[in-house]
Design a protein around this ligand. Structure first.
Ligand code: XMP
Ligand code: MG
Length: 184
């Protein structure tokens, strides 16, 4: 039996076990910090879904979940352009919102989402990101909770994709260069 997906991986950065351990720690931290408050998790589709599914079960508090779709266009300007492709179901007015993200790279996507959500008058907004890639950050944006800080490599798995593929890899890996660049 062959495993073509796994053959495309140059290096495993975080194993399934390391991911589960770190997500449990983040969940315990959020459980402590949000005790006594109604926590509302807002997830940005689609890459964050595996993280959300694991994180929500690691938080031992009453909580609610909503989803938001955004797409970013690199365009010709380095700032990029972001738009909402699927809006939240529920109001966030007066609620304690935690945005659940898979990865922060330039920060453009999240800066836009933050501005958008703050206009809706939540009681508070914080950010939990599974991965933080600070090397290319454009805007001064910091997550309140970070799973792992990584160097400026293109990573896939645990929800993260290359051309919509590899999201189902149970670990975080670096893609082989010849997969996305073609033969040299
Ligand atoms: P910004 O730059 O707006 O980008 O913070 C965040 C979004 O860019 C995608 N992204 C990646 N996706 N591997 C991926 O699979 C990566 O290494 C990577 N870096 C950025 C991702 O969609 C994220 O939400
Ligand atoms: Mg994302």
């Amino acid at each position: 039996m062959s495993h073509p997906m796994h053959d495309d991986i140059q290096e495993v950065l975080y194993t399934q076990e390391q991911i589960q351990q770190r997500v449990r720690e983040l969940g315990a931290q959020l459980t402590e910090d949000y005790a006594g408050r109604d926590l509302h998790l807002v997830t940005i589709l689609k890459g964050s879904l595996p993280f959300l599914a694991d994180l929500m079960r690691a938080i031992d508090l009453p909580l609610t979940v909503d989803l938001m779709g955004v797409s970013s266009y690199a365009g010709i300007h380095s700032t990029g352009e972001v738009r909402v492709t699927m809006d939240l179901d529920e109001t966030i007015e007066g609620r304690h919102v935690v945005i659940v993200e898979d990865i922060i790279d330039t920060g453009n996507t999240l800066s836009y989402v933050l501005r958008n959500l703050r206009q809706r008058a939540p009681a508070s907004v914080k950010i939990v990101t599974f991965l933080d890639k600070p090397a290319r950050r454009g805007s001064p944006l910091e997550a309140d909770y970070v799973g792992f800080t990584i160097p400026d490599d293109f990573v896939i798995g645990y929800g993260l994709d290359w051309n919509q593929r590899y999201r189902n890899l149970p670990y975080i890996g670096i893609l082989k260069r010849d997969v996305y660049a073609g033969p040299l």
